[in-house]
Design a protein. Structure first.
Length: 195
């Protein structure tokens, strides 16, 4: 055992009151204790202060109350719940990125999620050399599936489509894959092109 591990284990075995006294002697306080320093740490290189990446609506005590106020300042639309969610998403995106980005995001959501169509922009990949391709290996390489076993399972369960049609074959020819749109799952797409 390394010395820091021994020290950590010995510290953890102390009674809680002794641990607290030792921490306070070092100047370490919990946020709910008097003496806690609420000064934020200095920003590191490349870091910037800005709005949170994730907002949990309804979690006002977690430092997001100002986001909650931004959301509730508008009157909710008098429509079905799905329309309310779409309007809320549009409001949040418009505040951060502008009306044009909000419209593009709404169109993308409608196209990909609601209508289950392919997105407008699809990544293109050059087919490797050869005449036959093992589809699970291509899915792992180009669509970031975890393993060929997961890719085989997805193919067997009908979760992989080639130009919109379910594919069950594990090995495909170059002619069949050239220019083909491959979809794995709901939202992973790639178009293969012969180099």
């Amino acid at each position: 055992m390394r010395p820091p591990d021994v020290a950590r284990r010995a510290f953890a075995n102390l009674p809680p009151t002794v641990r607290t006294v030792l921490l306070h002697a070092r100047g370490d306080y919990a946020p709910w204790e008097a003496g806690f320093d609420f000064t934020p740490p200095d920003l590191g290189p490349g870091e910037a202060v800005g709005p949170p990446d994730f907002v949990g609506v309804g979690v006002q005590k977690a430092g997001t109350s100002w986001w909650y106020e931004l959301i509730v300042e508008c009157e909710p639309p008098k429509a079905d719940p799905m329309e309310q969610k779409l309007e809320l998403a549009r409001l949040i995106v418009a505040r951060s990125h502008g009306e044009e980005a909000a419209a593009a995001a709404a169109e993308h959501f409608s196209r990909v999620v609601r209508q289950k169509e392919a997105p407008e922009r699809i990544e293109e990949a050059a087919l490797p050399s050869g005449d036959q391709f093992h589809l699970p290996s291509l899915l792992v390489e180009f669509l970031d599936l975890a393993s060929t076993s997961e890719a085989r399972r997805m193919i067997t369960q009908g979760g992989v489509k080639l130009n919109g049609e379910v594919v069950k074959d594990l090995d495909l020819s170059r002619d069949r894959l050239d220019g083909a749109l491959v979809q794995a799952g709901k939202r992973r797409y790639v178009r293969f092109l012969a180099s």
